[in-house]
Ligand binder design. Structure first.
Ligand SMILES: Cc1cc2nc3c(=O)[nH]c(=O)nc-3n(C[C@H](O)[C@H](O)[C@H](O)COP(=O)(O)OP(=O)(O)OC[C@H]3O[C@@H](n4cnc5c(N)ncnc54)[C@H](O)[C@@H]3O)c2cc1C
Length: 507
């Protein structure tokens, strides 16, 4: 099975693509159309279908194509946004509610896996966080104290399962880990067994609404539905989320070890950017999975160098036998550190779940619970806190907006003059660049056979210029994270179409 990057993730190993078996038809209407076949969409779809709603899930590619196929699948009760930050910005009750939400999400995964007999390597785990400097101790103490206040179980720890000198450590019991693709393939089967319908290769281009009926205009025909749910990770189109969520790339490597002694806990350091480590067994072989070095999409030209740094870090502490897998994937940071889950502003009966940061396996599962509750009963305890329409001006927000100023600065006013551009294609095989000619741009990739793949580099989403991602061999948009293959095919939203290819032979 494929995912939205060239590098194979450990999860793709030995897992066959899910084959939908119920017949998809556009003839009959649906109660709920769920858009997106990752953990968020499938959790939402299954919870609604098992509650008696007639559901359809539409996926532009295939189940697991998005970030769920490139995650690291830790299920944590501590979030990337510390509980102290949530308490400061939204109040103590909000911090407690988010802590409860994480526990509820882990419980939801455990319950669904048990109920539908999903073999997904689900394991209860302890997470160990450690600090190496005085500054790190300060932030770790803050994470620990605010977690306790929010109701998360944690205690001091003196052992870290890697040979690192550290000043302080804390353990967080009752975390979990899963194999993400086995889990969502299990959800997909349970959903279809309950009568749900899955349409793959079905891109939702637009939603329109008339007299209480929503029509989804798709590449496989129009679909009519009462409710629609954007579980697309990033909401397609130019909308408020384009300016409230920022796309980030994150890197992962899986190593085999000579000693055969793999950590049994999940380990997190407190560096900036931080590293995190866990073990997973796939097809009888164990791997240390290490992740980190996140950066804003399109803002690090040398993505290969990032893997080198991650490898060096792991080699310092573990007796690496071989690098088995390396890959990267994308997530979306929200402006205030909490996800946007609920009714889409200005769109009746359209729901959305986005802005999960690096916690979307947890927050996507929680979103499934929230949105299904809202559709079934009209309410959810999280409705106000996570409302997508919330506007709260927080300290740091202006930084976020500044950081995203390239949304504006990367816009180009002038389109390409294609004449005489060939002479500028001075690039080596397997390399790419955006060249400028007469103030306009063209994206060029030369494959290993020396063929040129030329694209209009203007991202159709908000007209920014894409940049080359050498690790995943994709064109990435630095503004909102739209990603495209070398032939321009859309890999990752928020755009709803690809980059326009340029017929190089005629240039
Ligand atoms: C490297 C990395 C490690 C991570 N590790 C963790 C972790 O340990 N724990 C954790 O909790 N979170 C983690 N996360 C975050 C988490 O993996 C994601 O937030 C989560 O997988 C998102 O799931 P999703 O279903 O919302 O989106 P996705 O899995 O991206 O699925 C969205 C789907 O929607 C489809 N789609 C998009 N647009 C359309 C359209 N217009 N029509 C039809 N279909 C469409 C896409 O093709 C895609 O398949 C990590 C993220 C990264 C990048």
């Amino acid at each position: 099975m494929e995912r939205d990057g060239r590098l194979r993730s450990l999860w793709q190993e030995g897992v066959t693509a899910y084959q939908p078996h119920n017949i998809f038809t556009t003839d009959s209407g649906y109660d709920v159309l769920i858009i997106g076949g990752g953990i968020t969409g499938l959790t939402t779809a299954l919870l609604l279908q098992q509650a008696g709603r007639k559901c359809m899930l539409a996926e532009a590619h295939h189940i697991g194509f998005g970030t769920t196929g490139g995650t690291t699948a830790h299920l944590n009760t501590m979030l990337d946004t510390p509980y102290s930050t949530i308490a400061k910005n939204f109040g103590d009750d909000a911090a407690k509610q988010m802590a409860d939400g994480c526990k509820e999400a882990i419980y939801t995964v455990e319950q669904l896996a048990a109920k539908y007999d999903i073999t997904c390597d689900l394991l209860n785990k302890t997470a160990v966080l450690f600090a190496e400097t005085d500054d790190q101790v300060k932030s770790l103490d803050d994470i620990y104290n605010s977690a306790l206040e929010a109701g998360v179980l944690a205690e001091p720890e003196t052992e870290v399962q890697m040979p690192v000198g550290f000043k302080k450590g804390y353990r967080f019991p009752d975390q979990a880990q899963i194999h993400p693709l086995k889990y969502i393939n299990g959800l997909a089967k349970a959903f279809e067994d309950a009568g749900g319908v899955i349409a793959e290769q079905c891109l939702i281009k637009e939603l329109s609404s008339d007299a209480g009926v929503i029509t989804a205009h798709t590449t496989r025909g129009d679909i009519h539905t009462q409710y629609a749910v954007y579980a697309t990770h990033v909401v397609p189109g130019v909308n408020i989320f384009s300016f409230r969520c920022a796309p980030y790339r994150s890197y992962v490597m899986a190593f085999s070890l000579k000693s055969g002694e793999y950590p049994t806990t999940m380990i997190y350091d407190a560096q900036d950017p931080y590293h995190y480590i866990r073990t997973h067994e796939v097809n009888g072989r164990k791997y240390v999975i290490a992740g980190g070095y996140d950066h804003k999409t399109g803002h690090n030209a040398d993505t290969e160098a990032v893997f080198t740094k991650l490898e060096q870090y792991i080699r310092e502490y573990f007796d690496v036998e071989a690098i088995a897998y390396r890959w990267s994937s994308q997530y979306y940071e929200s402006v205030d550190g909490l996800p946007y889950v609920g009714q889409m502003p200005g769109h009746e009966n359209v729901f959305v779940a986005t802005g999960f940061g690096g916690n979307g396996m947890i927050l996507g599962s929680l979103s499934g619970k929230i949105i299904s509750d809202m559709i079934i009963s009209g309410n959810s305890p999280y409705k106000d806190l996570l409302s997508p329409g919330r506007i709260k001006f927080l300290a740091g927000m202006s930084n976020f907006i500044k950081e995203n100023a390239d949304v504006i600065s990367m816009f180009i006013g002038k389109r390409l003059d294609y004449e005489h551009v060939e002479q500028l294609a001075d690039i080596a095989a397997n390399e790419a660049k955006v060249i400028e000619y007469n103030g306009s741009h063209i994206a060029l990739y030369k494959d290993v056979k020396g063929r040129i793949h030329a694209l209009d580099p203007v991202c159709p989403h908000a007209k920014c210029i894409v940049v080359w991602n050498s690790a995943e061999k994709s064109w990435d948009c630095p503004c909102h994270g739209g990603r495209y293959s070398i032939d321009g095919t859309l890999l990752t939203g928020p755009a709803t179409k690809g980059l326009t290819p340029i017929d190089w032979s005629h240039l």
